[in-house]
Design a binder for this molecule. Structure first.
Ligand code: DGJ
Length: 703
């Protein structure tokens, strides 16, 4: 709902449990008023009538209070917008009008229009309150107004939004950092004066940070307290800067690009739309914040989220590059036998890709490995009752490939410089129309060549030499590569609506709201160690739902990473926290292991609706010896618990469950044992876990 007051210069957006208010001064300054619990329009107008604090030497009254601070004029905060023409740098806008679009498909939208008469730039600020949520999606559209101006306008920086927080004595910042095989590690630190900047300078979202922040006044816990959080919908380089200003005001600006050195050059009539920077205020702690983010993504971001994801098998860790049709068939038979629903052939099926130094770019089946193409294997997989999927990495090329030999200028490169190879590969310039057309034709042909149900879309190196010789504004490729990727994915999805897509980037290097709006699930991490995974999954769950979090059971010892030995039980329960998959070499698994795997997969299918579509409660974090998560959906609840290490024979603490009816009783679906809701809530569930790396699944149904 959007209310307008104050002579059309105060706006109040109200979601299911929160409100957001802003106002325009008589000098056309757009000031923030409120982001928190629900208030009335009268409250917002009262806030608007409050005078700003008196002037203080060397300070700007605007700093920390503006909805979209621009460079130019009396401002010293990090600007969201920096523009430049040949003659003038910085923005000074006049207000033009507002528009309210209520009842649109995705929610109610407020649009505020401004114009810079000197630079001839039109600026529209968008606020969309997503229906049934408290998520406000904010973005900006910047257009060259044309007119008698023929000179271009350069957007040195154009963030999506600035989020302003109320004054509190203290602030704490939560964010997710990491690296390859250790993604989404949750960090929670006091915010000190100055700036805390996270982002990616790598051309993809990156393993280093997920584009998400959460702020609290230092008093929030897992299930209590106010949390202000924001997430960017962008899959290229990005930056979020959180500033604690001298007066205790906090502002977070974020958008595409890692610096202020030039993002887009607008010719007359052209425009640039920033990605969405979505914000969410919740009461009820970090848990409520996560659940609200999950509900928003399931309802508004992830395509077809109401459908459950199948149990998949992926061949990577079983075969690496030793791919053969017979070998894949043998794995597929075993996968079908244990209950897998989707069989995915990973890297190594195409071109001359028998190792990582050749073949990327040539998306036709390797004639020695698949003499009759992929169709015979895909047909067999279907005959076994499973869907069929393949791996691709379309944005890349090996120098040793037919594509690169034919088009060495199609990659990103700086003229006269060595082309940096990571994993023996270079990055195709997807900002180029001819490159996108080629990829479209290759991938469309591939998807027509065999009954393919699923595409794992990988991206295995960062940008390094992001040049585009011959283009008048080469740095646009940082943004336009991502737009090219999105366009390609959108086109493929439209032409092949039955095909599901997974976003992968050497594990979790490309996980964000932007890619999630056009993929069905993500590969969380190349780290398939079931213990390490708990921390990665815990971080992931801060923002993204289990419905998209792919998790495989692989072999023990975990040879890829750490040689850790773990039971099949522990590995399964770890992977059952998301979209269960198997990534081990099933051909080598014993009959006993296969029987046990079959039982776990059967069990997973019974809890899957609750895990993939339920509400998530983090009962105890993985930093504890005993950790656990709980999912609640309607009358059902599922608890997954993991014990790292039992000391001195001590029993483990009981798990106090959440989201249950204290007046109801609940039956254990597996054993029939009856539990009382009040007891589970207030005294807890005894897991009976013992020893090292033990794990258990509980599934209760309300009577
Ligand atoms: C990186 C991915 O994360 C792995 O799962 C696998 O697909 C390899 N790439 C294949 O090259």
């Amino acid at each position: 709902m959007i209310d307008v007051g104050g002579d059309g210069r105060v706006w109040l957006l109200s979601g299911t449990g929160s409100s957001y208010a802003l106002r325009l001064t008589e000098r056309d300054e757009l000031l923030h008023l409120h982001w928190g619990p629900r208030i009335t329009l009268a409250d917002a107008e009262a806030l608007a009538a409050e005078p700003l604090p008196g002037h203080r030497g060397f300070e700007s009254l605007l700093d920390g209070r503006e909805e979209y601070p621009v460079e130019g004029g009396p401002r010293f905060v990090r600007p969201a917008l920096t523009t430049r023409t040949e003659a003038v740098r910085g923005t000074d806008w006049v207000y033009e009008e507002y528009q309210v679009h209520e009842g649109g498909a995705g929610g109610d939208e407020l649009r505020l229009h401004f114009h810079d008469p000197v630079q001839h730039v039109d600026i529209a600020l968008h606020y969309r309150l997503r229906t049934g949520t408290d998520v406000i999606e904010r973005w900006a559209t910047l257009s060259h107004g044309g007119g008698d101006r023929t000179a271009p306008v350069e957007l040195l920086r154009a963030d999506a939004a600035a989020w302003s927080l109320p004054v509190r004595d203290h602030w704490r910042l939560s964010h997710l950092h990491g690296r390859w095989a250790a993604e989404s590690q949750l960090a929670r630190t006091d915010l000190s004066h100055g700036e805390h900047v996270i982002g990616s300078r790598r051309g993809h979202t990156s393993h280093a940070h997920l584009p998400w922040i959460a702020l609290d006044a230092g008093d929030a816990g897992e299930e209590h307290g106010e949390v202000w959080s924001a997430a960017l919908a962008w899959s290229g380089s990005w930056r979020i800067a959180v500033q604690l200003l001298p007066d205790g005001l906090v502002q977070a600006v974020g958008g595409a690009g890692h610096d202020d050195a030039g993002l887009v050059l607008l010719a007359p009539g052209e425009s640039y739309t920033t990605p969405v920077f979505a914000g969410l205020w919740t009461d009820g702690g970090f848990g409520a914040s996560s659940r609200a983010w999950h509900a928003y993504q399931l309802a508004h971001v992830i395509p077809g989220a109401e459908q459950s994801r199948p149990v998949l098998y992926n061949s990577w860790e079983a075969t690496y590059f030793e791919v053969s049709e017979a070998g894949q068939r043998a794995l597929a038979r075993r996968a079908a036998d244990v209950g897998v629903e989707l069989f995915v052939v990973d890297d190594g099926w195409f071109g001359t890709r028998t190792h990582d130094a050749a073949g990327l770019g040539d998306w036709t089946p390797n004639p020695d490995r698949f003499p009759n193409g992929l169709k015979p294997l895909a047909d067999d997989v279907h005959a076994l009752g499973m869907q069929f999927g393949i791996w691709v990495e379309p944005e890349m090329v090996n120098p040793d490939s037919d594509l690169y030999r034919a088009h060495p200028d199609w990659v990103q490169y700086q003229p006269g410089r060595r082309r940096t190879e990571f994993r023996n590969q270079l990055i195709l310039n997807l900002a180029r129309d001819d490159v996108r057309d080629y990829l479209w034709q290759q991938l469309d042909t591939l998807l027509h060549s065999a009954p393919i149900d699923y595409v794992k879309w990988d991206f295995n190196r960062c940008f390094t030499d992001a040049g585009w010789p011959g283009d008048p504004y080469p740095q646009r490729l940082w943004v336009d590569h991502v737009h090219g990727l999105y366009a390609l994915l959108d086109r493929l999805r439209a032409a092949h609506p039955g095909v599901a897509f997974e976003s992968c980037s050497g594990g979790g290097g490309r996980i964000d709201l932007g890619i999630l709006s056009r993929t069905d699930q993500v590969w969380t991490s190349d780290n398939t160690d079931p213990l390490d995974r708990l921390a990665i999954q815990d971080g992931f769950s801060q923002i993204h739902p289990a419905r998209v979090m792919a998790a495989w059971v692989t072999d023990s010892p975990n040879e890829q990473l750490n040689d850790r030995v773990s039971s099949l039980r522990y590995r399964f329960v770890s992977s059952m926290a998301g979209v269960l998959g198997i990534g081990g070499d099933l051909v080598k698994w014993s009959e006993d292991e296969l029987t046990e795997a079959r039982e776990w997969i059967t069990r997973y299918k019974t809890i899957r609706p609750v895990v993939q579509h339920g509400e998530l409660y983090r009962l105890r974090p993985p930093s504890e010896e005993l950790s656990a998560v709980q999912y609640v959906r309607g009358d059902e609840t599922v608890v997954l618990a993991w014990l790292r290490h039992q000391r001195h024979g001590e029993p483990q603490p009981a798990l106090r469950l959440r989201g249950l009816d204290p007046a109801a009783t609940y039956s254990d679906v597996a054993t029939g044992e009856v539990h009382r809701g009040a007891v589970l809530l207030h005294h807890g569930l005894r897991t009976g876990l013992r020893g090292d790396l033990d794990a258990a699944v509980f599934h209760f149904r309300r009577n």
